[in-house]
Write a protein that binds this ligand. Structure first.
Ligand code: TRP
Ligand code: ZN
Length: 865
């Protein structure tokens, strides 16, 4: 039977304030894995008319007391999700007593057990699995927490804020109290209890306040927390220097857990992290791991101001904290490392994931106005496009006005649950500009395209640009309004310099395309030669740029560019059209002129190895998808490989030279060394692209001698597609060496699933170390396969679709959020060539016919709509 009922949706326009305030709450936990008792005492005050309704799911209710008096069954009503007390006074104390079962919580939302320890995840709606509460971000209270637990099993008891009283009971149990003086919504509540090793440090804020820092990890792993700690201190300092924001409690703790649905969570004073983003030892972590830890530690720390001190009024405003905080973490990484390299990496991610999302059936605005399941709203659009919009705002109003607006925001909205309108009001004040049109960016899905035509008049030295924007229709939105698109631009003289147009400074200007079409006349000094237009420099706006440039013109532009982002991007444009040309002409050899220009660019940038390495990365299949309809992923992957092989041949002797040099020693995880290693791993990859027996032998020798995980994993990744004995040797050696380190084994799974066939992915999902209850492990097979191996996932025989459907079916009953996310990998299905398209549709429909979770049904309904 087919389900036709679409899940009910929640709408922004239906927002009403909660009619009560709860200034204080005391939570008392008696921790036991199977039966944890939670007693909650809240002080409630009526602020408007309305019923007193609390959220609560899967709670065993023992008792409710109102002003000390136990309520009878007839005093309240209760269903699977809510508790309503029929009549309440205007001020009262409510006490509830419930029992929960953390040991059976496989969804990892609420209080659960990971690695034998208690931990919690309350965003977005996990708190309702812990106790009865108005579980919405606009209800903010001061939390007092007391917990007791078996002392030998759970010697460390943590919650938000700062520690208070603690001590032992006579029965082998002990207790601890924590107080958080800052009012917060329930989604920021956290509790951890267990036995950990701790890496400690301290920080003194710019106000002279002392902060005790701790990173809590598995026993025996304390030193693997050192990098996370260094990243935390760097984050604290950066937010003081860049945004004048200091930390506001005497304690800041991070706890690493192995079973976690996301990257990390910004609970006030007690961040909980997926252990993949905390643990890093020199031997077992790659440079990408060190970089990700730094950026995610920063992200969660920065939430203390953008998210916690100022939170969201409702979940439609999610981008208020997430887009802004991603922008902040990107800036942090740019300041600590290389700004252009950071920008390129961020745009690569944006194009591969967010542009893809925006072009498919799951497209939605950065601030949606309805949703079926809140957990499905933690998307690339909310996070990455949300960050891009903040960046575009900085270009539109200038960095000084942006900084001023941020200070207004921090001052005026501290302690509140706010909206995007509140936020933009601050920048209107700071800049004196009306930003109502800019806010359309938040209301409209889809990636705009900007068409640019040029006309040069040599007699008057005038370059006339005709600009036109258009945004394709997205689900439920056919009529798109023009948005203000700030395009950084420069006029290049072809000799490494700029030509100043009227009104520009240092040869650079910002063109704001705020109507559907616009003509811009750039007046150059009399007698100028025709300039080359460099546009959307630093990727100032998240749009597609569409220009009629020949390959020769693009190469000339790349050679004249002064913006590193655009140098890289010009080659991306060239490579993209070359891959499509190769796809359409299977017999044609790759374009020599392009290959040698690209190889020359790599060579001439060797002094900036991280940048040179990025030049060797050809556009991702997921990104190429967006430029063709219908699309044959296997054909694309093949064409991409041919181009990569040609590049590898051209750079063969450079690769040999670079790889003959020793890797930097002693190992440091800093940006400088990471850059050198990234060029080395790029050369490892290009050596593999040659696809010769000799290459396999070389790579195996490099693998055997690899002095660090970055290079070891790069060799393994490069050997996996070979069909020679070196492949099997490397796979088994690596496994034997690392089988006791789950984070490394996750990578071992991912490099195989990311490059193998559906059969390989299925075999990996049946491996003894595959574990459906661990999201990292599930993702290391299923997400690596479905999201990074599109040729195999969308293979015509439909086997790729089947493997993912089977894993999702197994995952869904335990962890709906994880299953739903895996299925977003089908988002591009309508663009597939007919055979794979039919298979995808069949697969999605058969999943829809199974009785699955609300999260999963929401994704399926939208994907099939
Ligand atoms: N707020 C978290 C972040 O971006 C995201 C997050 C962590 C999350 N865990 C979650 C969101 C669970 C939903 C459900 O920093
Ligand atoms: Zn976040």
């Amino acid at each position: 039977m087919l389900r036709t009922d679409t899940p009910v949706s929640i709408k922004l326009e239906e927002y009403t304030p909660y009619p009560f305030e709860i200034d204080e709450v005391a939570l008392d936990f008696s921790l036991d894995p199977k039966a944890t008792r939670v007693k909650t005492k809240m002080k409630v005050r009526r602020t408007a008319d309305g019923a007193f309704v609390l959220d609560g799911v899967k709670l065993t209710l023992n008792e409710i007391r109102l002003n000390g008096k136990a309520l009878r069954d007839s005093d309240y009503t209760r269903d699977d999700e809510k508790l309503t007390i029929k009549t309440v006074p205007d001020e009262f104390t409510l006490e509830t007593d419930v029992t929960i079962d953390p040991s059976s919580n496989t969804a990892l939302s609420g209080l659960y057990i990971s690695g034998g320890r208690f931990c919690s995840q309350c965003e977005a709606t996990g708190f309702r699995y812990i106790t009865y509460w108005p579980d919405r971000p606009d209800v903010m209270s001061r939390f007092h927490v007391r917990m007791d637990a078996d002392k030998s099993k759970y010697p460390i008891l943590l919650s938000n804020g700062t520690p208070g009283d603690s001590g032992d009971h006579s029965d082998g149990r002990h207790y601890a109290e924590w107080d958080d003086p800052h009012p917060k919504p329930s989604y920021l509540f956290a509790l951890c209890a267990g036995d950990y090793d701790v890496w400690r440090d301290t920080f003194t804020t710019m106000n002279g306040d002392h902060v005790d820092l701790g990173v809590y990890v598995d026993k025996g792993q304390a030193t693997s927390a050192e990098w996370a700690m260094e990243s935390l201190k760097a984050s604290m300092k950066w937010d003081e220097e860049r945004f004048a924001r200091a930390y506001d409690l005497g304690v800041f703790n991070i706890v690493a857990v192995r079973d976690f649905n996301f990257g990390a969570m910004e609970n006030k004073g007690l961040n909980i992290f997926n252990s993949a983003y905390v643990l890093a030892s020199q031997e077992s972590a790659t440079d990408a791991d060190f970089e990700a830890i730094e950026s995610i530690v920063g992200h969660e720390y920065f939430h203390n101001w953008t998210g916690n001190r100022i939170t969201c009024r409702d979940w439609f405003q999610l981008c208020l904290k997430e887009g802004l905080t991603v922008f902040r973490d990107q800036e942090f990484s740019s300041d600590l490392r290389s700004r252009p390299v950071q920008r390129i990496k961020d745009v690569m991610g944006l194009r591969a994931r967010q542009f893809a999302e925006d072009a498919g059936p799951l497209a939605h605005p950065v601030r949606p106005d309805k949703y079926g399941s809140i957990e499905n709203l933690y998307t690339a659009t909310v996070y990455s496009k949300g960050a891009e919009l903040i960046r575009a705002l900085t270009v539109l109003i200038g960095m000084d006005a942006f900084d001023k607006g941020m200070q207004i925001y921090f001052d005026e909205f501290d302690g509140t649950a706010s909206t995007i309108e509140d936020f933009y009001g601050c920048f209107e004040k700071a800049s004196g500009k009306d930003l109502s049109q800019f806010r359309r960016w938040y209301a409209q899905a889809g990636t705009p395209s900007v068409r640019i035509d040029e006309d040069w008049n040599g007699d008057t030295s005038t370059l006339t640009l005709s600009l036109r924007q258009s945004t394709p229709a997205t689900p439920g939105e056919t009529d798109k309004q023009p948005v203000p698109i700030p395009l950084r631009a420069a006029l290049l003289d072809g000799k490494g310099g700029h030509i100043d147009a009227d009104g520009w400074q240092n040869g650079e200007g910002v063109i704001v395309l705020d109507t559907e079409t616009k003509t811009v006349e750039l007046k150059l000094p009399q007698g100028s030669d025709k300039p080359l237009l460099s546009v959307n420099r630093q990727f100032s706006a998240p749009v597609h740029i569409d220009r009629d440039l020949s390959n020769e013109q693009l190469l000339e532009l790349a050679a004249s560019e002064t913006d590193p982002f655009n140098i890289w991007d010009n080659f991306q444009t060239l490579a993209r059209s070359e891959i499509f040309r190769l796809l359409d002409n299977p017999q044609s050899p790759p374009d020599e002129a392009l290959i040698s220009a690209l190889a020359d660019a790599v060579r001439s940038n060797e002094s900036d190895p991280a940048f040179a390495a990025l030049l060797t990365v050809l556009p991702d299949i997921g990104e190429l998808f967006q430029h063709r309809d219908p699309v044959d992923p296997a054909g694309l992957s093949d064409a991409r490989k041919r181009l990569r092989k040609a590049l590898g041949e051209n750079l063969k002797s450079d690769a040999e030279r670079i790889l003959a040099e020793p890797s930097p020693a002693p190992f440091e995880p800093n940006a400088e060394q990471a850059g050198i290693r990234s060029l080395r791993t790029a050369m490892i990859g290009l050596t593999g692209a040659l696809d010769t027996p000799d290459a396999a032998r070389k790579l195996k020798a490099l693998f055997d001698a690899a002095p660090n995980m970055t290079e070891s994993l790069a060799c393994l990744r490069t050997l996996v597609p070979f069909k020679t004995s070196e492949r099997e040797d490397a796979i088994s050696t690596f496994y034997e060496r690392w089988k006791d380190n789950p984070l490394v084994i996750d990578k071992w799974f991912a490099v195989q699933a990311g490059q193998g066939t559906a059969e390989d992915a299925r075999r990996l999902s049946e491996h003894q170390d595959f574990d459906l209850s661990n999201p990292n492990r599930v993702r290391s097979v299923a997400a690596a396969f479905a999201m990074t191996n599109l040729a195999a996932f969308h293979a015509r025989d439909g086997e790729g679709h089947k493997v993912i459907a089977d894993i999702a079916l197994d995952t869904d009953p335990r962890n709906p959020a994880l299953a739903a996310r895996l299925l977003t990998s089908f988002e591009q299905w309508r663009k597939l060539e007919p055979v794979a398209k039919a298979s995808a549709e069949r697969t999605l429909k058969s999943l829809q016919a199974a009785s699955l979770s609300k999260n999963t049904m929401d994704i399926l309904a939208r994907a099939l709509d």
